[in-house]
Design a protein around this ligand. Structure first.
Ligand code: CP
Length: 304
């Protein structure tokens, strides 16, 4: 059987997606195991990280394995040797590779030459591990997710794309509320629309933040300027009406939750009163990175 990678949410079948989220709840209740005993997981980071790096490191340790942090800047990869050769060599030492870098193509090239599972820990195009935690958190609050609506407000970025894919697979309608000019890439958007159609869910773009918030079971936002992007005053100006504040939250369902992948730029995309308020599930969402990633590794590395 060929090795399984997780580069984007739909790399899991619907049954696998459901399994990983169901098992995440089990890992949350009962965190320690030896299923990765004797195994090493390389964690390559080419961008800063708090949640992803720590949750993968702790998660591998709690499963009985050894996490091996590798700064991309200190590797030979892409400097003295190809990404593919790095993959071939690491595959001789470690049992899985988690990578956070810039271009999707680089992760695909790494995976193409790796004989151990590769897990995408964020590229410019996707953030699939985050999306698993997002949907797990949403389903903790709403065990009946099918037909509910999540409104994503802000920049059409990697987090929005993976959230929309995970929403489709969980039966959740995703309203992407972004200003004109800050949409997802066309090809990505078309792929999400196809996925939503396959799973019988809705995925649509809404320009009006108030319309997006109405009837939503969750309001989701992310930073307006992602890692590696230049500050852009025009973009910040365009984003102002999309800030998740108490006015927008009051338009959502009374039991709606607020989600944010963190780190947050408080006062920009989200106000203090919302992120610290009673409807915020943001810090549960950060914790849940640990549980879903353990579940994902247990599945990909140990068939559990
Ligand atoms: N949400 C997220 O990926 O956080 P880090 O950048 O801190 O890993």
């Amino acid at each position: 059987m060929s090795v399984r990678h997780f580069l984007k949410v739909p790399d899991l079948s619907k049954a696998e997606f459901d399994h990983v989220l169901e098992q995440a709840a089990v890992w949350k209740r009962s965190p320690l195991s030896d299923i990765l005993s004797g195994k090493t997981v390389a964690l390559i980071f080419g961008k800063p990280s708090t949640r992803t790096r720590v949750s993968f490191s702790v998660g591998v340790y709690q499963l009985g394995g050894m996490p091996l942090y590798l700064s991309e800047q200190e590797l030979q990869m892409r400097k003295s040797e190809s990404i593919e050769d790095t993959a071939r060599v690491l595959s001789r030492y470690v049992d899985a590779i988690v990578i956070r870098t810039f271009a999707k193509r680089d992760v695909e090239d790494l995976a193409s030459a790796s004989s151990v599972p590769v897990i995408n820990a964020l590229t410019d195009e996707d953030h699939p591990c985050q999306a698993l935690a997002d949907m797990f958190t949403f389903m903790e609050r709403f065990p009946d997710p099918v037909g509910r609506k999540i409104a994503y407000l802000g920049d059409g970025n990697n987090v929005a794309a993976s959230l929309a894919e995970a929403g489709a697979m969980a039966g959740v309608d995703i309203c992407l509320c972004v200003p004109q000019g800050f949409d997802l890439p066309e090809e990505k958007s078309a792929g999400i629309a196809r996925l939503a159609s396959e799973h019988g869910t809705r995925f649509w773009v809404e320009r009006d933040p108030e319309a997006a918030a109405q009837g939503a079971s969750a309001l989701y936002t992310d930073v307006w300027v992602s890692m590696g992007q230049q500050q852009d005053s025009g973009k910040l100006e365009a984003m102002q009406p999309y800030r998740v504040d108490s006015h927008l939250l009051a338009l959502a369902r009374p039991d709606a939750v607020v989600l944010h992948c963190l780190p947050a730029h408080r006062g920009e995309e989200i106000t203090d009163e919302v992120i610290d308020g009673p409807q915020s599930a943001v810090f549960d969402e950060a914790e849940n990175r640990l549980h879903v990633q353990k579940s994902l590794m247990a599945y990909l590395l140990a068939g559990r």
